[in-house]
Design a protein around this ligand. Structure first.
Ligand SMILES: Cc1cc2nc3c(=O)[nH]c(=O)nc-3n(C[C@H](O)[C@H](O)[C@H](O)COP(=O)(O)O)c2cc1C
Length: 440
């Protein structure tokens, strides 16, 4: 079993053994810089990535655990809180407790945004930017707790046991309805007081699956223009109706980790290597359309989680060293930066780097590789990581996420994920109830 990185020295040695190197910087001051995102300003370059707690109410609004989580993050000092996957249609929910924004429950989201800001101002003196992630779970929809997939096209790599019925393939008319729902979701997020909306296009949920719909007929498949239509048109619609200050953004898979014709960001001539051609073209297109920020990610958390969130232990033996996965993510983001123009980029997957994450983030950001460092699982384990980086000299080894995958295990078992190791009192009983094991 691999273990997470425990120091900068260990990172340097393990990277060297793999024949790679990370641009490390001991001076972390670049991470404290303020950054303009269009008309808004992030108070620093650290981001709490979207981390779903699957703990909303049946109506789709934040519940006790949701509120607890965001209070912890708000006090934690990050410059951007990327608020978790929030469905825009009832059938789009990935679980019955996934958040779902609509006109009838808008007040609860308004209270959530106010609460995050007030908590942050009390604890740190300044509010973060808050971006709501708007989602359609597509192939992974489970609104009633049972799979109810809505897919862009059939994929034999995912449909290994049964081929899904034809009725699961969404029509062009349905995708027009999804476009409208995403635009409407952005409007609602703005009304609730969020600073921006992420038209989620990652991790092989519906919008992201379309990017590799090379052989889908109709206006959402085939050409690059068609495969990117849902995101382009919903972004254009949201920018038009939400006004200039509101941040319309996307969390974008630039590499799926599946071969052509089943993956985005790979070469049509075959192989699994990252091919930046289409992702670079897409970023240029989004920047030209006025997008100011993109949150870069890779992989599919259900099928190749080692690409998405490099782990020390997980559901299978990963075919590569986790550090190689982190390297792909960070170098891949940096390789795309020249295509982004003035648009700011967030990189993902810092958790595996443990206490060496700040020095790595400072190295890349200081060298112009990207603009923000996004922490995923860390936010469950170590919600005040940003305060420690910015005001206490760095991250403490004892507080870091150990990338044990127990949060994901709870999620897959239908429970409410959190950190079983560092937030034990709350989440060990939940882990035991859903995953049935007593040792951690
Ligand atoms: C339990 C769990 C919930 C997640 N929820 C979301 C989500 O709502 N939206 C999203 O885009 N990514 C989600 N992710 C992915 C993370 O944001 C992040 O990309 C991933 O964990 C890799 O970053 P890390 O190595 O820093 O953890 C989730 C991951 C986990 C383990």
């Amino acid at each position: 079993m691999a273990s997470v990185i425990r120091s900068v020295q260990e990172l340097t040695e393990k990277a060297a053994a793999l024949g790679i190197s990370f641009p490390l910087r001991q001076d972390l001051s670049v991470l404290a810089e303020r950054v303009c995102v269009g008309a808004k300003t992030a108070k620093n370059r650290l981001v709490c990535q979207a981390m779903e707690g699957c703990d909303g109410t049946a109506r789709g609004v934040p519940n006790e655990l949701t509120i607890r989580r965001y209070r912890r993050l708000a006090s934690g000092g990050a410059g951007i809180i990327w608020f978790e996957a929030t469905a825009v249609l009832p059938e789009a929910r990935a679980n019955p407790r996934q958040l779902y924004i609509n006109k009838a429950n808008l007040d609860a989201f308004k209270r959530m945004a106010d609460d995050i800001r007030e908590t942050a101002v009390r604890a740190t003196g300044e509010a973060p930017l808050i971006v709501m992630q708007l989602t359609h779970s597509g192939r992974y929809s489970k609104p009633e707790g049972r799979p109810a997939p809505l897919i862009a096209y059939h994929n034999p790599l995912f449909e290994t046991e049964i081929t899904l019925p034809e009725s699961c393939v969404v029509t062009d008319g349905y995708l027009e309805k999804v476009t409208e729902a995403l635009v409407n979701g952005a409007v609602l997020a703005g009304q609730a007081g969020f600073d921006g909306a992420d038209l989620k296009c990652c991790h092989r949920y519906l919008n992201s699956e379309l990017l590799s719909a090379y052989f889908r007929p109709g206006k959402y498949g085939g050409s690059f223009e068609n495969r990117t239509r849902l995101l382009r048109e919903s972004a254009a619609g949201a920018m038009q109706v939400c006004g200039g200050d509101f941040i319309v953004t996307t969390r974008l898979n630039v590499y799926d980790g599946f071969p052509y014709p089943y993956g985005f960001g790979v070469s049509p001539s075959g192989g699994l290597a990252f091919d930046k051609s289409e992702p670079a073209q897409f970023l240029s297109t989004l920047a030209a359309a006025g997008m100011k920020l993109v949150n870069i990610t890779m992989g599919n958390p259900y099928v190749n989680p080692h690409v998405n969130r490099p782990f020390a232990s997980g559901p299978y033996e990963a075919p590569e060293e986790p550090l190689a996965g982190v390297y792909r993510m960070l170098e891949g983001t940096a390789a795309l930066k020249p295509s982004a123009g003035e648009m700011k980029l967030i990189a993902s997957a810092f958790s595996f780097l443990g206490p060496a994450a700040p020095q790595t983030a400072a190295g890349y950001i200081g060298g112009g590789g990207f603009d923000f460092a996004g922490f995923g699982r860390t936010v469950f384990a170590y919600p005040d990581f940003a305060e420690d980086i910015l005001h206490r000299g760095g991250m403490q080894k004892e507080k870091c996420c150990i990338c044990c995958s127990k949060c994901s295990e709870i999620m897959r078992a239908g429970g409410t994920p959190g950190c079983v190791i560092k937030d034990k009192e709350t989440y060990l009983p939940i882990y035991n109830a859903y995953c049935g094991r007593k040792t951690v």
